[in-house]
Ligand binder design. Structure first.
Ligand code: NI
Length: 390
């Protein structure tokens, strides 16, 4: 419990950082202020090396242990970006920026990793090197990918990498994880359907684009129902359906539809992409319409490595007690760009309870500051246990 107590002592200070970040949310790669705050604090803590501008606005700090003879180097990652949502929490520390808020708790993730970095730079009670990674653009920009593409893993010699995300609805201190796929691959598509516009009272003179597009929406639901192994998970959601004309008496020439595909395996990902093209083209043709399919692959599956996941489960048990750690968490169909780091190096991603709060990405959501000592303690214990001091 010693470390929890140390972080309980630091709680007011770390809470202050967290709330400052919350008041000053930034989107995607535009995390200049946040990255500046992070770099400045790391400097204050006396970390050995600070590098900014990795993955555009990402920041990396290097902390060497009392000894580094083990040759071990592990990476700990937090995300820094907020969301384009109008905050309605009414909290004293609510967003000062209209239309932007930290609705996913990345303010808390950043503050907890800073807290751990401060402790680790003070105590250095490990044999090896810890690399603290602060990434921009988790919410759709692929900041994690850009940091990996910038050579971060090789530059800092990172051998293993670890990440965490808060989870509303789970008790504070509760941990959940699994070996293998934990979060989905997130792809998106746009379908441009074209028929023949005309007078709504003379449908025989037109090719009804709206009808063809509607049939495509319905037919695409068979990808989950009929093309997917019943014991596996796939999501196909059409989320936008826009006709070219808003008139009551016009059959529109064009309809544009958008949506998302979530999968947990490479096979299902390939299957869903092929099926969308096949079904959209075949269905459009049946109605005399045409369709152009734009399919963009987004984040890959976030897949935990076995040895590292079993290791962090033990760390979580030390932090919170055995009954608070679930190692059989069913996968969630949301995405996470920590997936790119897990493709580059072995590691593990875990969920940690945010208590009974509004859901992630909800305008009433707020990161729960009670979680700070738990998250900091997890990072510190993970580091000291993975690279024990001689
Ligand atoms: Ni998030």
């Amino acid at each position: 419990m010693a470390k929890i107590n140390r972080f309980a002592e630091m709680l007011p200070e770390i809470t202050e950082w967290r709330r400052d970040l919350h008041q000053n949310p930034e989107l995607l790669f535009d995390c200049h202020r946040t990255a500046g705050v992070v770099a400045e604090k790391l400097k204050e803590f006396g970390v050995d090396e600070i590098v900014t501008g990795i993955g555009r606005t990402g920041v990396v700090g290097v902390i060497k242990g009392k000894s580094t003879g083990s040759g071990k180097v592990i990476g700990l990652r937090a995300d820094m970006d907020a969301l384009p949502i109008h905050e309605t929490t009414g909290a004293e520390h609510a967003s000062l920026v209209e239309g932007k808020m930290h609705a996913c708790g990345h303010d808390g993730h950043t503050a907890m990793l800073l807290g751990a970095a401060k402790y680790l730079a003070e105590t250095r009670n490990f044999d090896g090197t810890v690399v603290v990674i602060f990434q921009p653009a988790e919410e759709g920009g692929g900041g994690g990918k850009e940091m990996v593409d910038d050579g971060m893993m090789d530059t800092f010699g990172i051998q293993e990498v670890y990440g965490m995300h808060n989870y509303p609805g789970m008790e504070v201190g509760e941990f959940a994880m699994r070996v293998g796929p934990l979060m989905a691959a997130t792809d998106q598509f746009t379908l441009h359907v074209e028929g023949k516009g005309g007078h709504a009272a003379m449908p025989d003179q037109a090719i009804d684009t709206t009808l063809a597009a509607s049939q495509i929406v319905v037919a695409m639901q068979q990808i989950v129902a009929r093309n997917t192994d019943p014991l596996e998970s796939v999501v196909v959601s059409v989320t936008s359906f826009e006709t070219e004309s808003k008139a009551y008496n016009v059959i529109p020439q064009r309809v544009e539809m958008r949506g998302t595909v979530r999968t947990l395996t490479a096979e299902n990902r390939d299957m869903a992409e092929a099926a969308i093209k096949r079904i959209a083209e075949g269905t459009a043709a049946a109605y005399g319409a045409t369709v152009k399919v734009d399919y963009d692959r987004g984040y890959p599956v976030t897949s935990n490595h076995e040895a590292q996941t079993e290791f962090v489960a033990e760390i979580a048990k030390e932090v919170s007690g055995e009954g608070m750690v679930h190692t059989d968490k069913p996968p969630v169909m949301g995405g996470e760009d920590f997936s790119y780091m897990l493709e580059a190096r072995p590691g593990a991603f875990v969920f940690v309870g945010n208590g009974d709060t509004a859901a992630l990405h909800h305008p009433d959501y707020d990161f729960n500051d009670d979680l700070i000592p738990v998250g900091c303690s997890y990072w510190a214990k993970l580091t000291e246990t993975r690279m024990p001091a001689g």
